[in-house]
Design a protein around this ligand. Structure first.
Ligand SMILES: NC(=O)c1ccc[n+]([C@@H]2O[C@H](COP(=O)([O-])OP(=O)(O)OC[C@H]3O[C@@H](n4cnc5c(N)ncnc54)[C@H](O)[C@@H]3O)[C@@H](O)[C@H]2O)c1
Length: 305
């Protein structure tokens, strides 16, 4: 099996690369990345090859079409900083390049498993379901929604092609540290509290998110690899938890008693509550999250330490 992982030097992509390496030792795995938010250190121990390039570059896809062939493409490369406001750059990187990739995959006869995002739902009411509330609040969410439109169009025009899109909610876990300020709040708070510093969050910490551990996300990707299906799926735990709860869990796990400092949220747009309906992923993929927030944080702390 020949596998391409775009964004493979990043958080989710590198975790997929290692999972594939473990589960399919004979697979030939290539990572394609431009090392903008990813880091080579995420790939220490990776036995495959790296292709350095920009997914926006049409000639790169021509080169790949000509010289390579893949059975599966995990597409995780994207501008992942949701505060980037350059609309043209965001659309070219996340949405337009996806067409080049799908055309190449069509040539190769490859299955495509790509990353969409819960950002497509903006601030619409929870639980978020794949077929409603598609009202992104920023250009990042819009670019991901446009990727879903492109995917649905290819699925319709090429019914034999297999395309799976994942709308990830808030993913946390090992190998996210190079994302800097865009790494999960769980990572940021854990690091601060391990230094003995007080956790700081927006007033009054009761905003809730559907946090999902990277191991569940990787398992969803492996299920998509194994199943003969196409479609777009929410990937989350289906349970919303608050920032106050994260701090409570961290205090308990770290044996600390650090008091929370609250400050005003500086953003005009801030999601108050996200929670996924994961019924479709359960039914079609057999996806079942295995890590509660408590279990995920406990497992993650072993790596952060
Ligand atoms: N982490 C989350 O909570 C989350 C939530 C929803 C969706 N997603 C999506 O999952 C995917 C992976 O995200 P992540 O959290 O691993 O982020 P990440 O920033 O760690 O990974 C993105 C990778 O893509 C690479 N990249 C960026 N632009 C590129 C370009 N033009 N050409 C080639 N490579 C490029 C980066 O260098 C990086 O290695 C993204 O598509 C993201 O939008 C992530």
């Amino acid at each position: 099996m020949r596998i391409l992982i775009t964004g493979g030097a990043g958080f989710i992509g590198s975790n997929i690369a290692f999972a594939i390496q473990d589960k399919y030792p004979d697979a030939k795995v290539y990572v394609l990345d431009n090392f903008s938010s990813g880091h080579f250190k995420n790939l220490i121990g990776f036995r495959g090859e790296v292709i350095t390039g920009d997914i926006k570059d049409k000639s790169l896809w021509e080169y790949l079409r000509k010289h390579f062939s893949f059975d599966v493409v995990f597409h995780k490369a994207a501008i992942t900083d949701t505060t980037v406001m350059d609309q043209k750059l965001m659309m070219e990187t996340n949405a337009d390049s996806f067409r080049y990739l799908l055309d190449a995959a069509l040539d190769w006869g490859a299955k495509v498993i790509y990353a969409s995002s819960a950002g497509v739902y903006g601030n619409t009411p929870a639980p978020m379901r794949e077929d409603r509330g598609l009202e992104p609040e920023n250009i990042y969410g819009f670019s991901k929604l446009m990727m879903d439109h492109i995917a649905l169009d290819y699925m319709k025009r090429h019914p034999d092609m297999r395309i799976v899109g994942f709308r990830y909610f808030n993913v946390y876990g090992p190998r996210e540290s190079f994302k800097g300020k865009t790494a999960s709040m769980i990572y940021q708070l854990a690091v601060k509290m391990m230094r003995g510093e007080k956790p700081r969050i927006f007033k009054w910490g009761e905003q809730k998110r559907d946090f999902v551990y990277i191991k569940d996300v990787v398992r969803a990707n492996l299920l998509a690899l194994e199943k003969d299906v196409s479609g777009i799926f929410n990937i989350a735990t289906g349970e919303a938890r608050s920032f106050n709860e994260i701090i409570e869990i961290l205090n308990r796990e770290l044996g600390t008693n650090l008091e929370t400092e609250y400050f005003d949220c500086p953003y005009d747009f801030y999601q108050e509550f996200t929670q996924a309906d994961i019924g479709r992923a359960r039914e079609v993929l057999g996806y079942e999250p295995e890590y509660s927030l408590e279990e995920g944080i406990r497992d993650y702390l072993k790596f952060i330490r």
